[in-house]
Write a protein that binds this ligand. Structure first.
Ligand SMILES: N[C@@H](CCC(=O)N[C@@H](CS)C(=O)NCC(=O)O)C(=O)O
Ligand SMILES: [Zn+2]
Ligand SMILES: [Zn+2]
Length: 190
């Protein structure tokens, strides 16, 4: 049976090992002078993302991405190797110019995710962080060239790995964003 490469974290059956995880150091893939970013907080909303913009390790069809408060994120070493991938994007993904790993992506614009930074927990030196809880932007993997006829297989594999597949964000996060938007427009009381 063909096995679709979702992401090493998912395919290996990774489970959180530390309920009181409180952060750690993210390291890029460079053999020398790696970029190191300290995260002084637990992560939230860890999930698989199929979009074309999130960093995926070699061979993976999905990224694994979570958030932490931007004020708990600090660049420790070799920050001179970082560059923003797309300055016009909502998420200011700071990638290592040498190895390509995205180290952190703050949302600075006025948005429900303002003040949060997106990061890839597999880059933590240690383990313990929460496993991904759902899969977002699943249909978007087609935009990277994935065979559309195999999407049924992808969604089955995600489900059997405990990740409910969604083609946008999860219902909880979509409701959160819509609530923020309704309060801003006045459709709901602030
Ligand atoms: N279908 C698009 C979706 C891109 C997208 O909307 N990505 C989501 C999930 S990471 C997002 O919030 N993007 C904001 C951004 O990239 O700044 C793609 O795959 O490129
Ligand atoms: Zn690097
Ligand atoms: Zn994404």
């Amino acid at each position: 049976m063909s096995s679709i490469n979702i992401h090493p974290v998912v395919d290996s059956g990774y489970r959180a090992t530390d309920a009181s995880f409180s952060g750690g150091t993210l390291v890029c893939n460079c053999a020398s002078n790696p970029v190191k970013v300290k995260v002084n907080s637990d992560i939230a909303h860890n999930h698989a993302c199929g979009c074309t913009k999130c960093w995926k390790p070699a061979g993976a069809n999905f990224s694994v991405v979570a958030v932490a408060p931007t004020d708990k994120v600090e660049v420790l070493e070799n920050g001179n190797k970082l560059a923003v991938v797309d300055p016009s994007a909502l998420i200011q993904r700071h990638a290592c110019k040498e190895c390509g790993v995205h180290m952190y992506g703050p949302v600075e614009r006025e948005h429900p995710f303002q003040g949060l930074s997106f990061l890839h927990p597999e880059r933590f030196e240690g383990k313990g962080w929460a496993q991904p809880g759902f899969a977002a932007f699943v249909s978007s993997i087609i935009e990277s060239g994935f065979d559309p006829s195999k999407m049924g297989e992808v969604r089955s594999k995600l489900k059997s790995s405990g990740l409910e597949p969604y083609d946008c964000l999860s219902p909880g996060l979509m409701d959160y964003i819509a609530t923020w938007t309704a309060k801003k427009s006045g459709a709901l009381p602030a």
